[in-house]
Ligand binder design. Structure first.
Ligand SMILES: *Cc1c(COP(=O)(O)O)cnc(C)c1O
Length: 371
């Protein structure tokens, strides 16, 4: 960037880290000359969405001349009915990441305090910093869990927003029901609790995972729960996520800062069709959870430390720098996510794929670790 361009930028912007989206399948194919790619870097659902999604999208070409419904009416009503709330409490985004951005745009001024976890989903930190907020990052416990005492103490200091992913990405740890209740009790009025449940459909199968919505309703503070169609529902490429908010007034604030037609026609149609076939989603999730536990055992048999997982991925401690191991995996067409944050550069985050892709990943890891 030239100096004159930098002088035009808001001071918050040039220091922001770029979001680390990893390598595309095409890039890996071209660079390493491999045919088969095992995509285990983005926590996608390898089984894809319900066949009803393809049916719903079949007539799309004839509709693309029209703008999408700016209010995503049908989708909000479907989500409201499923979650026992009203459509006025639901916000839809171009991926749930865009709702994180709306929250930052609508609520944060320079100097406002935001609390979140490290390591975490990068945008929990990047969007608040974009607005000039001060972000406090809490550390994990040595056992790779959330530090509940530290969270309670930091919440009591009254940050404007607290962003937590339950379960976490990339670690996959979770606040269990009792810990979540302690968090709520520690959070003062005036703090907005953002509970990012991107992996809730997987986590529900882990004993102890809290049923957050009724707990938040009983608590009575300001909150929003974020969920996505990108993971268990298999629609990552269409970009659609949603938030369920304590107050319709919060949704109305977000409406003022969001892109009016940010949720496109295909995304709205596909999400409605996917929601109507919950059985398909549940089958894929159940399969992934079994494969995850088998994969964790096999990684442990290689002598690796694997964090307990409530999601569709594993956070794996290689006990050595992740760069060379990641290169060896890429050379065999296996894409995972080597963590790049200080203190975690010996970890890989490995998404659970098909049996075939999981086996390729294990074989490539075995070879890489032996060299
Ligand atoms: C994947 C993920 C999201 C983003 O989902 P999109 O709806 O695809 O934007 C949000 N939060 C966490 C923790 C995630 O892992």
């Amino acid at each position: 960037m030239s100096a004159d361009i930098l002088a035009l930028a808001r001071p918050e912007v040039p220091p922001l880290p770029a979001y680390n989206a990893g390598l595309s399948s095409q890039a890996v194919r071209a660079r390493y000359g491999v045919d088969h790619i095992a995509r285990l870097g983005s926590n996608e659902n390898p089984y894809g969405p319900s066949p009803r999604v393809a049916e719903a999208l079949a007539g799309l070409a004839g509709q693309v001349l029209h703008y999408s419904d700016a209010d995503s009416t049908a989708l909000r009503e479907a989500i409201a009915a499923r979650s026992g709330t009203q459509a006025g409490h639901i916000v839809i985004g171009n991926g749930s990441e865009s709702i994180l951005q709306m929250l930052s745009l609508a609520l944060l001024s320079p100097g406002d305090r935001v609390l979140t976890q490290r390591p975490a989903f990068g945008l929990h930190e990047i969007y608040p910093r974009m607005m000039g907020a001060q972000v406090e990052l809490l550390e994990l416990t040595p056992a790779l869990g959330f530090d509940v005492d530290a969270w309670c103490a930091a919440l009591a200091r009254g940050p404007k927003i607290a962003m937590l992913a339950n379960p976490s990405n990339p670690v996959s740890c979770m606040f269990e029901t009792a810990a979540f209740a302690r968090l709520l009790a520690a959070t003062p009025a005036g703090t907005l609790l953002v509970v990012d449940e991107a992996y809730v459909e997987y986590a529900r199968l882990t004993p102890g995972f809290p049923d957050a919505l009724p707990m938040l309703r009983d608590w009575g503070g300001a909150w929003i729960v974020l969920r996505t169609f990108s993971k268990a529902w298999g629609l990552a490429g269409l970009r659609v996520g949603y938030g369920i908010a304590s107050d319709a007034a919060l949704v109305q604030l977000l409406d003022r800062v969001r892109t009016p037609f940010g949720v496109n026609l295909a995304a709205q149609l596909a999400a409605c069709a996917a929601l109507a076939d919950e059985a398909h989603m549940r089958q894929g999730v159940a399969r992934t959870v079994l494969q995850r536990d088998a994969m964790a055992a096999q990684l442990q048999a290689l002598g690796l430390r694997v964090a307990p997982s409530a999601t569709n991925f594993l956070f794996v401690d290689l006990g050595r720098p992740n760069g060379p191991v990641n290169e060896a995996l890429l050379a065999r067409g296996v894409i995972v996510k080597p963590w790049k944050e200080a203190g975690f550069t010996q970890f890989l985050r490995i998404s659970i794929g098909t049996d075939d892709d999981n086996a390729r990943c294990l074989a490539a890891l075995r070879t890489a670790l032996a060299s």
